[in-house]
Design a protein around this ligand. Structure first.
Ligand code: NI
Length: 166
């Protein structure tokens, strides 16, 4: 496998991504590679910057949490409205060993494209909404530890679970 997970501290995780404009076989091959990485790493979501590719691509598979779900591909996702609130413990393949409770809206509406460029507008709630918000954050250079209290973050730094500069 050509791609490897990038970890917290890697500048690519802080770089805002650009939209995908070309939906060709090379792009679809990239998505296949990305999918392989997510399954090998046992993740339920992955954003392209996490494998060093600064483009707006997210994949999600919450089938271990929600019956009937499977692999979903979201290209150029844009969350344009949210409602509700929930607190859920999150983790991230780019921040191994760290799990913290994060407050986020529990329902989102989002536009996105699929791997062929077809456009969609869809509402999500529950686990898909939670994972999508975490992954779309990655596209904007935001990590879930940015959402926790400064005190908790300081504790993670002092335990060397995240670097002081990340
Ligand atoms: Ni993550």
């Amino acid at each position: 496998m050509q791609y490897k997970i990038r970890y917290i501290g890697d500048p690519v995780l802080r770089k805002p991504t650009t939209d995908v404009g070309t939906f060709d076989d090379t792009f679809r091959r990239f998505i296949k590679d990305m999918t392989d990485v997510m399954y090998v790493e046992d993740g339920i979501g992955l954003a392209a910057p996490q494998i060093g590719f600064s483009k707006s691509v997210v994949i999600v598979d919450v089938s271990e949490l929600v019956k009937g779900e499977g692999l979903r591909i979201f290209v150029n996702p844009k969350i344009y409205s949210t409602s509700g609130e929930s607190v859920v413990e999150e983790g991230c393949l780019s921040i191994p060993g760290v799990r913290e409770k994060v407050t986020r809206p529990d329902t989102i509406r989002m536009t996105y494209q699929d791997e062929t460029g077809a456009e969609f507008d869809e509402e999500f709630d529950g686990w898909p909404a939670r994972v999508l918000q975490h992954e779309v954050d990655h596209l904007n250079g935001i990590l879930f530890v940015d959402h926790i209290s400064p005190l908790k973050r300081q504790l993670l730094i002092s335990k060397e679970m995240i670097p002081a500069k990340y």
